[in-house]
Write a new protein. Structure first.
Length: 278
């Protein structure tokens, strides 16, 4: 009997009127909800994100103010030869459409290059040395060879002909010169006279002689002008002892801007030294 009553109710006018009322209320409620969401989300009122790349971070506030947008720096990365504070990446990307008040997240270039440590790779083979230096962000500049027992093994690292010791901290992107062993040499040279020469002249003379500068010591803290005017007042090995050096040997020089420290050079010491064989 209950089933019969249910069937009769389903086919009654009252049932279908109730269904119609419920559907109408559902439609009206859905429409009201959509209108409400449209109002609170400003649906349809979007702003095109401008391209912030290549702008400095100090320019972003004024650039975004007109569009009622803001920004936040999320990260910074090192970009070689790039001024610090320049926008590299942005999210959302330029051309995207966002709501008013949206925050744009940016990545900028660092103001200072990160430091890297010069590894101790002395006597490592050439291929590994170059790969290691490039992997830590150092540029490989001039590659040269000096007489040595090991062929194609790293003898030293230099910057402007000055040796760079392992463990020294350098800016990422710095160019270093690599000096490798070129095999044994049976040649030697008499120690040249460096007294009275400028540092620039010393570097040229040392290179021409097949030697290298082991270190350059200043007698006081030099200014940039002092560096260009300084002269050698002492050298190790001393030229007066007639010492002979294997090609590729290191020479130490001492620099001063005080002309009174420069000793007089005997005339016979100024004779040209030549390369001899044992």
């Amino acid at each position: 009997m209950a089933i019969v009553k249910i069937i009769k109710f389903i086919f009654s006018k009252a049932f279908w009127v109730s269904i119609g009322v419920y559907l109408m209320l559902l439609i009206i409620g859905t429409w009201c909800l959509l209108v409400y969401l449209d109002i609170i989300t400003l649906h349809g009122e979007t702003i095109k994100v401008p391209n912030l790349r290549s702008y400095h971070e100090t320019e972003l506030e004024n650039l975004l103010k007109a569009d009622k947008l803001s920004f936040e720096i999320m990260d910074s990365v090192f970009v070689e030869k790039q001024q610090g504070g320049i926008v590299i990446e942005q999210t959302p990307d330029s051309g995207a459409f966002v709501k008013e008040g949206r925050k744009i997240y940016v990545t900028i270039s660092t103001y200072d290059a990160p430091k890297v440590t010069v590894p101790n790779l002395r006597y490592d083979d050439k291929r590994n040395v170059i790969a290691q230096f490039q992997s830590i962000g150092l540029r490989v500049g001039r590659i040269s060879y000096v007489p040595a027992a090991c062929t194609d093994c790293l003898e030293r690292v230099e910057i402007d002909s000055i040796p760079v010791e392992p463990g020294r901290r350098l800016d990422q992107g710095t160019t270093v010169d690599l000096v490798f062993g070129g095999g044994k040499s049976d040649q030697f040279i008499t120690m040249p006279v460096l007294i009275g020469l400028s540092f620039k002249e010393v570097k040229e003379k040392i290179m021409q002689a097949g030697l290298v500068i082991g270190s350059a010591v200043c007698d006081h803290e030099f200014t940039e002008e002092d560096s260009s005017n300084a002269q050698v007042f002492k050298q190790i090995p001393d030229f007066n002892k007639g010492e002979v050096l294997f090609l590729g040997s290191a020479v130490q020089v001492f620099l001063t801007t005080d002309s009174n420290k420069i000793p007089e050079i005997p005339i016979d010491s100024l004779e040209t030294q030549s390369i001899n064989e044992f």
